[in-house]
Design a protein around this ligand. Structure first.
Ligand SMILES: [Zn+2]
Length: 152
């Protein structure tokens, strides 16, 4: 939806747009206890190394537990858990499968940050079940080429 906004209401690849995204996507304040905050995360399958990008306004470990619960109850509420079920791959401990990509409390920014990271994984052919969620995005492509500093 945000992507469509850019397409419709803003000139493509304008300088202010790029600057806005570069500032937004740069991680400024990494938090030591990383799973106790909110933001954008990556889950990686230990068996095939495919990844899933997600966002959460609750704490990362709360979100992890929901994915885990969905996996063990096969409740179809998590795309990641569903993928593991379909492939008969295993669910791992939080330290092994969850990676914090971006700490962010402002809900309005989560969609953009999430889409950016999905775009990166998709471009690498590494994101699972995303065929209907990834669209061409010239701003993201440009930022990836510029090698914008991201999270450690
Ligand atoms: Zn897998």
């Amino acid at each position: 939806m945000l992507h469509q906004c850019f397409q419709t209401h803003r000139p493509k690849n304008s300088v202010p747009d790029q600057q806005y995204h570069r500032n937004l996507l740069r991680q400024r304040n990494p938090i030591p206890d990383r799973f106790s905050s909110s933001g954008v995360y990556k889950l990686t399958c230990l068996d095939c190394h495919k990844s899933y990008i997600g966002q959460t306004v609750s704490r990362f470990y709360t979100r992890y537990n929901k994915h885990k619960s969905a996996f063990y109850h096969n409740s179809r509420t998590s795309n990641f858990a569903q993928y593991l079920h379909d492939k008969a791959h295993s669910f791992g401990p939080i330290d092994n499968i969850m990676q914090v990509l971006h700490h962010q409390k402002k809900v309005a920014h989560l969609n953009t940050i999430e889409r950016f990271h999905i775009h990166i994984e998709h471009a690498a052919g590494n994101h699972l079940n995303d065929d209907h969620t990834v669209f061409p995005n010239k701003i993201f492509d440009t930022l990836i080429k510029l090698n914008t500093p991201l999270t450690p």
